[in-house]
Design a protein around this ligand. Structure first.
Ligand code: 6GU
Length: 226
């Protein structure tokens, strides 16, 4: 998989790819991530990427031209399966979206800023618009980092058995059950007996019940989706 991230603030989004699982996925060659500074595609002397909006109103709008130049250059080099725009008015990211994007070959992610991008960018280049939740961020970069993390960890070979994605919360619209590690008793606080029993079919059944109870308690909306 190859991800090309278009941004006015590359320094804001690079660091998550330089540690832990994402770093390992890149060094194993399972994913390539490239950053493109939109200012490198400007044609004016001031390298401005935004301008006042037609019709008036507060807030700047990202201009078509630098975005067109950047996306057109990338598309001339290879085919892309998706051109994603990170925006608070996109579809809210969930595990299903992450699953489906993890199966793609090449994707472009455009990070929005200010009042967003000129609508013509959305009409002519964007195949999918993604938000990471119902709150406003200063820009799409942190959203893009969240999306990339959720997607990259699902690429086969990125996680080892220990961190397997199959038992994650949300993977089957259930939250994960509680987990414990040594010691079996700390300050009188005991680990549930069943987990020490060695009876693996019973342990599995307990975990399923706990996952169900936790979901019913905290996220009953997920059970309706099952
Ligand atoms: Cl992707 N961008 C911005 N600016 N705000 C957001 C968001 C994205 N997702 C939720 N809020």
């Amino acid at each position: 998989m190859r991800i090309d991230i278009i941004t006015v603030l590359p320094e804001l989004i690079k660091s998550p790819f330089e540690a832990s699982i994402l770093k390992r996925a890149i060094s194993k060659g399972l994913v390539e991530v490239h950053f493109h500074n939109l200012r490198d595609y400007t044609t004016n002397n001031y390298k401005t990427v935004d301008d006042y909006q037609f019709g008036g109103g507060a807030g700047m709008v990202m201009m078509v031209e630098p975005i067109d130049k950047c996306i057109t250059k990338l598309k001339a080099e290879r085919n892309y399966d998706e051109v994603i725009y990170m925006t608070p008015d996109g579809e809210t990211l969930n595990q299903q979206i992450a699953n489906s994007l993890s199966l793609k070959g090449n994707i472009i992610i455009l990070c929005g800023h200010y009042k967003g991008v000129d609508q013509r960018v959305r009409d002519h280049f964007i195949t999918r618009e993604v938000s990471i939740g119902d709150y406003v961020l200063s820009g799409g970069e942190l959203g893009a980092a969240v999306l990339c993390d959720a997607v990259i960890r699902l690429i086969p070979g990125v996680l080892n058995d220990e961190t397997s994605a199959l038992t994650d919360s949300f993977q089957d619209n259930l939250l994960a059950p509680p987990v414990y590690t040594r010691p079996a008793e700390y300050k009188g606080w005991k680990v549930p007996e069943i987990l020490l029993s060695g009876n693996f079919p019973k342990i599995e059944k307990w975990r399923e019940e706990q996952a169900y109870e936790r979901t019913k308690e905290r996220r009953p909306d997920l059970l309706k989706k099952k």
